[in-house]
Design a protein around this ligand. Structure first.
Ligand code: ATP
Length: 307
């Protein structure tokens, strides 16, 4: 069996990453499975770890123990190498984060040993598209501007994220942030371009480009999004008044908001979001600058080991 590369964010899920790694290390050692492990010591280091493991240690499979932010960084490293060399490497995940939307989209169990067994068996591999944003990072899950950019920022800075993670309730931190931002958010005019067609969007709350159905800890924002179709799904929410959006707020977790008049969907390969004033942008739940943002789909860009 080939040596596998493992990247651990010990701080993901407020320390869950570290605890899960101890469990996984014991399992690998007791089963005599060869591995090389790299732990992140600062934000952004997972990208470098991925490149080192692929380039210098020739690993063909990376297992990420972390959340969506860590996966986001690892994929950036895989993509950088794929642009310059032919280094086939797949990615598997042992979810240890707060939202774990990537794991949910690829049916990866939350139980660490079960997720590891799926990674080791590598029975089901899928080629997935990526979202490449100009002047912004690459994304695996989604890129959004407006309300969700603000929610990502508020959540990542919130003290309750740490507290709730301690009790295994990390996903609730996104919901609390949604309610906080919802109370004060002011919509604005935006222009969305999808494959050359421009749409004016008055009173835009959010415009999100989705590669998978979920974001923000299992919110089914784009139920029909598929990472394997060579297209991105775009969801736009527009409303003059905030109270009209309450039904959306309470049905979006089940993906039952799709028929609400405030919600519109688009599909395309090349998407631009422009706004009258700069709005915050999130990429895979991490702060990623502000609008304008231009996104291209990179079809079948990386291989994911799914459950
Ligand atoms: N040693 C470290 N010190 C500080 N920050 C780190 C360190 N290692 C990784 N990070 C940063 O932590 C951020 C969050 O990590 P991650 O996404 O894995 O966990 P999470 O926020 O709990 O989960 P999720 O993204 O699923 O909600 C990443 O963007 C990464 O840059």
């Amino acid at each position: 069996m080939e040596t596998i590369g493992i990247i651990v964010n010990p701080l993901s899920g407020n320390g869950r990453g570290s605890n899960i790694w101890r469990e996984i290390e014991t399992y690998l050692q007791s089963h005599h499975i060869a591995f090389l492990v790299k732990l992140t010591t600062y934000a952004g280091e997972a990208t470098q770890h991925a490149m080192t493991l692929i380039q210098h240690h020739q690993v063909h499979q990376l297992i990420v123990i972390g959340g969506d932010g860590t996966i986001h960084e690892v994929v950036a490293g895989m993509r950088q190498l794929a642009l310059t060399s032919d280094s086939p490497c797949s990615i598997a995940v042992i979810p240890a984060g707060t939202g774990n939307d990537f794991a949910k989209a690829y049916s990866i169990p939350t139980h660490p040993i079960e997720a590891l067994q799926i990674a080791l068996a590598a029975a089901k591999k899928v080629q997935i598209d990526l979202l490449q944003a100009t002047n912004h990072p690459i994304a695996v899950n989604s890129i959004g501007a407006g309300f969700d950019g603000m929610v990502a920022k508020v959540t990542n800075e919130a003290s309750y994220k740490k507290l709730l993670n301690r009790f295994g309730l990390g996903k609730l931190s996104y919901f609390i942030s949604i309610l906080r931002v919802f109370a004060t958010y002011q919509p604005s005019i935006a222009w969305l371009e999808v494959d050359g067609n421009t749409y004016e969007l008055p009173n835009m709350w959010l415009a999100a480009v989705a590669n998978i159905p979920f974001y923000g800890g299992s919110i089914q924002i784009c139920p029909t999004a598929s990472p394997c179709d060579g297209h991105a799904d775009v969801v736009v929410i527009q409303s003059k008044g905030r109270f009209k959006l309450l039904p959306v707020l309470f049905t979006v977790y089940q993906g039952k908001h799709t028929k609400h008049p405030a919600v519109t969907f688009y599909k395309g390969k090349s998407i631009t979001i422009r706004t009258a004033k700069p709005l915050l942008v999130q990429a895979d739940g991490e702060f990623a600058g502000s609008t304008p943002v231009q996104i291209e789909i990179i079809p079948a860009a990386i291989t994911v080991i799914s459950g």
